[in-house]
Design a protein. Structure first.
Length: 141
């Protein structure tokens, strides 16, 4: 059972919308926030309890999503936590690069609250069942 989601995103509005969508889609889950990769790593370092899944924005100040993903996947303590890159970018080369670096899924931010709730339900159900979030064949070598 999922208990904690960690959203790393510098946009306050996006954090609030995400929190609302989680409350509707997957009630009872705690959402922890960080404003960028630096804050995220500090929060993870000082907490004993790790999140069950991490949603990571691509574009952030100080430490962006790519840099943070590399750090998360390079540390024993966090390397097995599913990471979903959560971004406005629809660039296919970004998506392929992120998946090669170890992200478990590339989720585009949507303007539709209903679509966000539906996608969160689908993704979190998949994480909870320990099924892969993407087909490894999706990555072009």
């Amino acid at each position: 059972m999922l208990r904690i989601i960690f959203l790393i995103d510098d946009d306050q509005d996006d954090r609030e919308i995400f929190q609302e969508a989680i409350a509707i889609s997957y009630p009872g889950i705690e959402v922890v926030f960080a404003r960028d990769g630096v804050d995220a790593l500090e929060i993870l370092d000082r907490n004993n309890t790790l999140p069950d899944v991490i949603f990571l924005d691509y574009n952030m100040p100080r430490m962006n999503g790519v840099q943070c993903l590399k750090e998360l996947k390079g540390m024993d303590r966090t390397s097995s936590i599913p990471v979903i890159m959560y971004t406005t970018s629809g660039n296919r080369s970004h998506e392929e690069h992120i998946l090669k670096l170890g992200a478990d899924y590339y989720m585009r931010k949507t303007n539709s609250f209903h679509e966000l709730c539906s996608e969160l339900k689908r993704l979190l159900s998949t994480v909870e069942s320990n099924a892969p979030l993407h087909d490894p064949g999706d990555i072009i070598n």
